[in-house]
Structures are given as structure tokens and as C-alpha cells.
Design a binder for this molecule. Structure first.
Ligand code: S3P
Length: 431
């Protein structure tokens, strides 16, 4: 499925983007392992999170959908899952597969995790190796999926210093730690999103955590709670950039999750001169949320501060577009992890932006992007949802139509993107 994004007038209005993907995955998993029924509201109806729900259903968890954006999970308790007897399909979701690998490592039964073409190319040693040192037995295909997780292993807690900042790896180990004897302690080179830690505490599991470290012991129980999922900052990001770039824009995004480990792009855009107001800051479901009002403002290039990188790891495709339309050069470094996301995001964005006439120098861990005008052109999303949506934003300010190839995976994280975008002033259509 290809899209055409056309130059448009101002973006205006008030909108709510779908629920947070990271929170939705975790809410399903913890609710499944809890004792009692948990109602998840604001659940992301994306393919990634639906894949996780389907996997848990295969493992014997009954999950109802009282309404769109809601899941009622009948928890089976820590030892209540049962083997599925057939492969568990995580679709496009790295979060789904990596967290489930940790969760499954301590079960009594064998399980095989599979994924789509993109997920089948993503590195899994980062979870299988530390899980193995906890006593897990997981076979991979030279470090890639499918993962075959052997059941009936005795896990023991470990103290593990993550070599790269990764909330997925941290979370996988904490989930395995629920089943381990003794203490599991995770130390991070830079703090990453702490949803697993916060949610474990909310489900009643004793856990100590602070930015950059988390510690728990096995052998407790999770108690069902209701979870309110905030709107996904990563989905709001496309609109923050779009409204900053299109003259006359004034857009408000409602109830966006502002976990500090997610808001690096907000700081980066402000450094570039963006006009973004954080309104009505409040707590929802244990997470900070606020409405974000973004108005057009001319952007200038920046040298991206390295400490922002982990806090905006999913927002680089959007930042690349902001940089391409800014005045002057933007220097991005320390972001080599982008090469192992749903696509190699440095290469995907560099190739696409160059096709639109942008001057860009790719580096192993980032890029130097010289801002200016973007021409019309045709680009490939490489099946990467965030690359596709970022080029939809580029099309708003290009000097002609931008054709974007292979946009079907946008449904993994942002169902209804085209409709919502067009409602506030995008000119986006199927090609
Ligand atoms: C996620 C962590 C990040 C992020 C991904 C979601 C999570 O991945 O890119 O979209 O929910 O834990 P890494 O842990 O690989 O950095």
C-alpha cells in the first residue's frame, strides 16, 4: 500500500492519538499473569499489541474486548499459562517478542516465538544471552528469530549491566526475574522507559527502582488492577513536527503520555525553536500526561545533545524530517541503535531524504542533515511504520507530491493515521 502526501495548508484542531504501544504491551502481559480481572482502557488497537493479545490468548488467557480501546483480561496467575502447541506470532513487534521471551523463560512448557520478515531480522542475542545466564534455554537462528524457549528450566536472579540502553532487554529480564530464585538487578548505561517497573509496582510486586536501575526478587504475586493507557508520545511526535513546519498551524494533542524517558523529541524540537506548550499537566494511571499545543515556528538546525538520544529513540525518523526542513545543519550522533529497529532507520531516512533532494551525510551512528527545501519524489518506507509517517510529514512541506512506498505497517502502531492526519489538515491519500 503506497501513499501520496501533498503540500498542505495550516494544520489545526484538537486531536487524540492512539494509546501508548509500550504501555499496552506491558499491561496485557502483567494483567495476564495477575490474579483477578484487569480492565485496560486506552489500549492501542494496533497490530503489534493485538499480536501480543493473541499470543496470550494462545497461552490460555481469556481476553475480552468490551469496546474498541478496551481489554478485559482474566488473569491466570503467575503459574497459570499453558503451552500453545504451535508457534506464537509476534508479527512486527520487537517489544512483544523480547518481553515474551523473558516471560516464557520461566514457564513449565516449551514455546516458539516467530515474527514477520522485519522482526525475523532483528537481533535477539541481547535478550537470549542474559536470559541464558539466568538459567533459561532459548534457541535462536544465529541470534535471530524464531526463538524456541525451553520450558521447565530453573531460573536464578542475576545482576546485569546492560551493554546498550534498552527498555526491552531490561523488561525481559525483569519478567524472567518474577520466576527466578533470588534477586534480579538490572543496571542501565542510560535510564530507559520504566513502564515495566512502574506497572509491576502497581500490580503489587515488590520492586525497587530508580533511573538507571531496577531490582526485584522472584516468588511474589501480581494482583489485578485497572490500567489507563496514555496517548502515545511517539505517535504525537509526527504531529509535533508537522505543525511546527507548516505555516499557520495550531494543533492541540490531548492527554499525551509524558514519561520523562520518552520526551527527548520535545526538548530537541524546542532547542530547534519549536513553539510547544505543555498544558494541564496531570497524572493518569500513574503516568504524567498533558495536552500539547504546538504552533508553527521556524526551526533551526542543532547539534543534538547526546543525553537526549535514549529518550527519543523512536522519534528519530520524525526528527530527520524536522532537520531537513530547518535552517542550517543538524548533527545526530550516538544513535547506532537506529540501525536495528523495524528497518535500519538511519539508512531508510537518509535514502528517502536524499531522494527528496536533501543534503545529508550518513554516519555509522547518526547523520549530518543540512536543512533547506525538499522537492517532490518517491521514497520507500522499507515496511517501517515510523519511516512512512515521517515522510507523510515531509510531503506537507515539500515542493510537490511525495509518494511513499509500502505503508501497510503503519497499522502496527497507529491505526487510523491517515484519517486523523487528514482531519487536521494533511493531504494524504492512497496512491
Ligand atoms: C520499547 C523500547 C525501545 C523502543 C521500542 C519500544 C519498549 O526499544 O524503540 O519501540 O516498549 O520497551 P529498545 O529497548 O530496543 O531500545
Amino acid at each position: 500500500m503506497d501513499w501520496i502526501s501533498r503540500p498542505s495548508g495550516p494544520l489545526r484542531g484538537t486531536l487524540t492519538v492512539p494509546g501508548d504501544k509500550s504501555v499496552s504491551h506491558r499491561a496485557l502481559m502483567l494483567a495476564a499473569l495477575a490474579e483477578g480481572d484487569s480492565l485496560i482502557s486506552g489500549f492501542l488497537e494496533g497490530e503489534d499489541t493485538r499480536a501480543t493479545a493473541a499470543v496470550l490468548a494462545q497461552l490460555g488467557v481469556s481476553i475480552e474486548t468490551p469496546a474498541a480501546g478496551e481489554r478485559l483480561v482474566h488473569g491466570v496467575g503467575l503459574r497459570g499459562l499453558r503451552g500453545a502447541g504451535r508457534p506464537l506470532d509476534c508479527g512486527n513487534a520487537g517489544t512483544g517478542m523480547r518481553l515474551l521471551a523473558g516471560l516464557l523463560a520461566g514457564q513449565a512448557f516449551d514455546a516458539t516465538l516467530i515474527g514477520d520478515e522485519s522482526l525475523s531480522r532483528r537481533p535477539m542475542r541481547r535478550v537470549t544471552e542474559p536470559l541464558a545466564s539466568m538459567g533459561a534455554r532459548i534457541d535462536s537462528q544465529a541470534g535471530l528469530p524464531p526463538l524456541h524457549v525451553h520450558g521447565g528450566q530453573r531460573l536464578r536472579g542475576i545482576r546485569y549491566e546492560l551493554p546498550v540502553a534498552s527498555a526491552q532487554v531490561k523488561s525481559a529480564l525483569l519478567l524472567a526475574g518474577l520466576y527466578a530464585e533470588g534477586e534480579t538487578e538490572i543496571l542501565e548505561p542510560h535510564p530507559t522507559r520504566d513502564y515495566t517497573e512502574r506497572m509491576l509496582a502497581a500490580f503489587g510486586w515488590p520492586i525497587e527502582f530508580a533511573p538507571g536501575r531496577a531490582r526485584l526478587t522472584g516468588g511474589h504475586a501480581l494482583r489485578a488492577i485497572d490500567v489507563q493507557v496514555p496517548a502515545d508520545f511517539s505517535s504525537a511526535a509526527f504531529f509535533l513536527v508537522a505543525a511546527s513546519l507548516v505555516p499557520g498551524s495550531d494543533l492541540t494533542l490531548c492527554a499525551v503520555g509524558l514519561n520523562p524517558r520518552r520526551t527527548g523529541l520535545l526538548h530537541a524540537l524546542r532547542l530547534m525553536g519549536a513553539d510547544i506548550e505543555v498544558l494541564d499537566e496531570r497524572q493518569s494511571g500513574g503516568e504524567p500526561v498533558a495536552d500539547l499545543r504546538v504552533r508553527h515556528a521556524p526551526l533551526r538546525g542543532i547539534e543534538l545533545p547526546g543525553e537526549l538520544v535514549p529518550d527519543m529513540i523512536d522519534e528519530f525518523p520524525a526528527l530527520f524530517v524536522a532537520a531537513a526542513a530547518a535552517q542550517g545543519a543538524t548533527v545526530i550522533s550516538g544513535a547506532a541503535e537506529l540501525r536495528v529497529k523495524e528497518s535500519d532507520r538511519i539508512a531508510s531516512m537518509a535514502t528517502g531524504l536524499r531522494a527528496l533532494g536533501v543534503q545529508l551525510q550518513e554516519t555509522p551512528d547518526g547523520a549530518i542533515i543540512t536543512g533547506g527545501t525538499m522537492g517532490p519524489g518517491a521514497i520507500e518506507s522499507h515496511g517501517d511504520h515510523r519511516v512512512a509517517m515521517s515522510f507523510a510529514v515531509a510531503g506537507l512541506v515539500a515542493k510537490g507530491n511525495v509518494r511513499i512506498g509500502d505503508c501497510r505497517n503503519v497499522a502496527t502502531s497507529f491505526p487510523g493515521f491517515v484519517e486523523l492526519a487528514n482531519r487536521c489538515g494533511f493531504a494524504l491519500a492512497d496512491a
